[in-house]
Design a protein around this ligand. Sequence first.
Ligand code: SPV
Ligand code: MG
Length: 287
Amino acid sequence: MAGLQSLMAERGLLQIMATHSPLSARLAEEAGFDGLWASGFELSALYGLADVSLITMTQHLEMLRAIAARSSLPIVADIDTGFGNAVNLVHAVREYERAGAACVVIEDKSFPKVTSLVADGRQDLLRIEEFQGKIEAACASRQSEDFLIVARVEALIAGLGQAEALKRAEAYVEAGADMILIHSKQKTPEEIEAFIAAWSGAVPLVLVPTAYPEMTVERMRATGKVGMAIWGNHTVRAVVTAIQDVYRRILAEGGIQEVDKDIVPVGEIFRLQDMDEVKDIERRFLR
Ligand code: SPV
Ligand code: MG
């Protein structure tokens, strides 16, 4: 599998789709995305839980391994705060690299964290030096240079302003980060565009434009400084939209007779489960 650096060199901006399951990963690959975002928010939602460090590393890793087994796309692993301090992070980096991730994204919040996009969420950041230590530890504990360490700057989310965000991003690059994920929850792209304009371009940026959807692929490409766009929670939101609609209709329409034509046939699920291969194995080897 090509590393993310070489994919970026070849394709420019990579589009990375959120995933919470092997099934959604497979659909993202078939749709043509460049990579997968193993999102903590999506997996938390799958468990019906808030994204506040309740999901354990083991749960997240287990899902990532299952995803890696069913998709050949590079996986960008959202490891939140790294599950603790530099000691926990070293262990996490080793485990995620071994599990088949292409990259880890580590955010500069304290553990336990609060999800970034919620209004009035508690957003406590680590001291810059402490997070630099974590980034250095992460870089020192990877096996391959192709395994990217992405530092996620939450200063804008915490309302600390551009100067603090830039100071942190520069400090994290100095500590060895391969890319900077700069996150914002403003409803329009201006805050992020101001950051991008001020960014030296020492390493490429990663954006998660969930809160500011007018930030199109074209607009990100035009900056020349964005290496990855993460569509952060569009899989779980699409799933919830579809489920709510079908459930409502089955009750309102008195059965499944109307929705049947509007949802994929069972055969499509068989295809995604590789049932043809199962039949082939049975034909050849069951005696
Ligand atoms: C996630 O998808 O888990 C993220 C992105 O970290 S966000 O929830 O928008 O902060
Ligand atoms: Mg997350």
